[in-house]
Ligand binder design. Structure first.
Ligand code: ZN
Length: 126
């Protein structure tokens, strides 16, 4: 993920905004809902969903959520990593959600604790 806002003020002047990034799709707060930002968000959506008509939108907590299932995605890895709770908390993917990911072809990652309490990621790419 880019660490500087990629917003271009004009097509002639190729200087990017450069503010620190506040959003998962690489834009600062000021530019997160611009046409350029929306286009980038759509591209990221399409990467996850392979262009199918599945909408993953930024939710009120700033996470990228699939509205039907409440599954949330990490835009850096393009993978599902949790479920959005009503109070803003994030739950780990359960069996139902994993099944849903498999059915819809979403990549996902599950946190698993081994004996040393280290968190390892179990990656599934489809
Ligand atoms: Zn910006």
């Amino acid at each position: 993920m880019e660490s500087k806002c990629q917003f271009l003020a004009s097509k002639i002047d190729s200087e990017i905004c450069g503010n620190p990034v506040d959003t998962y799709h690489g834009f600062c707060k000021k530019h997160e809902y611009t046409v350029q930002a929306r286009k980038k968000m759509k591209e990221q959506n399409d990467k996850i969903t392979n262009g199918r008509k599945i909408q993953i939108m930024r939710n009120e907590y700033g996470r990228f959520e699939h509205k039907d299932s409440h599954i949330i995605f990490d835009m850096a890895t393009q993978k599902a990593y949790g479920v959005q709770g009503d109070g803003g908390e994030v739950f780990e993917l359960g069996e139902e959600e994993i099944k849903y990911c498999k059915l819809n072809g979403f990549g996902y990652q599950i946190k698993r604790k081994n004996i040393e309490e280290e968190i390892i990621f179990d990656d599934q790419v489809f």
